[in-house]
Design a protein around this ligand. Structure first.
Ligand code: ADP
Ligand code: MG
Length: 312
């Protein structure tokens, strides 16, 4: 049976303009779960990973609103909280969707750590904005008091930025693998995994950073030896000259051609670029099908019939 790693974009959980109420998230996840259940019915084994940007953003706001009343949690713990919250909603909605199709199989969420290199150059150049916008006074206080990095964002206010290091390995790979081998549907590596660094003696510690979930999805897919990596998002794939006059959407493409486009900077940093990098890496690591496609085309994507795809 083929194992597929499906990476769900933010739109699988929240649509643009929604606030992120429990109801909003449940409704979107119900729709997503129906798509995924269809794939499971086809006979694929699924390992599901997902983004967590808006959810962690809201947890950070809750943290600050509670300042002085309850202790503030560091980002790694906020990441773990978001994995549990989204994992729960996916577990329940997927179980309900499978039952509608007459299927019943175990579904497990694994809280996942992703190993990053403490010497990753990203640590000296924080680039990933997290949380809401604040006043300059607030930003100055955080910079002085906690040594955080904040940037002024095009007149919209001040926002914290954190490093976005490369994921090296998924710490929970053995657990994930054995669950998959036992027939579980596994939800893991949410938000790209909780970034941890390893010290000389082998002990791990969480760090204040955010990993691109697409890059961790590749590490996950390659380490569980999945046949396919399917990245589902809010567009039909990757385009050349995106939003330009001669915008061209890519369908099936070779690894070398996509690498050329990658180096020509067609794909924006922080959104499409990590997805393209992830599918190229997956094929380089012997993956068979690597696709970037729209969320509502999950089935065609798994068959390698839609989206921007490399067939290895
Ligand atoms: P996700 O939550 O799925 O990771 P992202 O916002 O990170 O979503 O990435 C998807 C977005 O990438 C699209 O909505 C699109 O605006 C943007 N994007 C940037 N460059 C490109 C490109 N070259 N082709 C298509 N989409 C692109
Ligand atoms: Mg993204």
């Amino acid at each position: 049976m083929d194992t597929i790693v499906v990476a769900l974009g933010g739109n699988a959980i929240l649509q643009k303009g929604e606030k992120g109420t429990a109801e909003d998230q449940r409704r979107n996840i119900q729709n997503t779960a129906a798509q995924l259940a269809g794939l499971i019915k086809e006979g694929y084994r699924l390992v599901i990973t997902h983004g967590n940007g808006p959810q962690v953003g809201n947890i950070l706001i809750q943290n600050e609103a509670g300042r002085g009343k309850v202790p503030e949690m560091p980002m790694d713990i906020c990441g773990a909280q978001s994995q549990g919250m989204i994992g729960y909603m996916l577990q329940m909605c997927l179980r309900n969707a499978l039952r509608k199709l007459g299927l019943d199989m175990p579904i497990s969420t694994v809280i996942t750590q992703a190993l990053v290199d403490k010497n990753d150059p990203a640590f000296s150049h924080p680039t990933k904005p997290v949380g809401p916008f604040y006043s300059e006074e607030w930003a100055q206080e955080r910079m002085e008091r906690y040594g955080e990095t904040w940037i002024e964002d095009a007149g919209r206010g001040w926002r914290r930025v954190v490093p976005s290091p490369e994921p090296k390995a998924i710490i929970e790979t053995p657990s994930i693998k054995s669950l998959v081998d036992q027939g579980h549907i596994v939800i893991c590596s949410g938000g790209g995994g909780i970034p941890v660094v390893e010290s000389e003696d082998g002990s791990l510690a969480g760090v204040e950073a955010v990993i691109e979930k697409d890059l961790s999805a590749e590490r996950l897919a390659s380490s569980v030896k999945a046949t396919s990596l399917i990245i589902l998002t809010d567009v039909n794939g990757a385009a050349l000259n995106y939003r330009g006059a001669d915008e061209t959407w890519l369908g099936e493409v070779t690894l070398s051609k996509l690498a050329e486009y990658y180096h020509e900077s067609h794909f924006f940093e922080g959104s499409m670029r990590p997805k393209v990098k992830a599918i190229m890496r997956f094929i380089e690591h012997s993956g068979k099908i690597a696709v970037i496609a729209a969320l509502d085309k999950a089935r065609e994507a798994a068959l390698g019939q839609t989206g921007t795809r490399i067939l290895g």
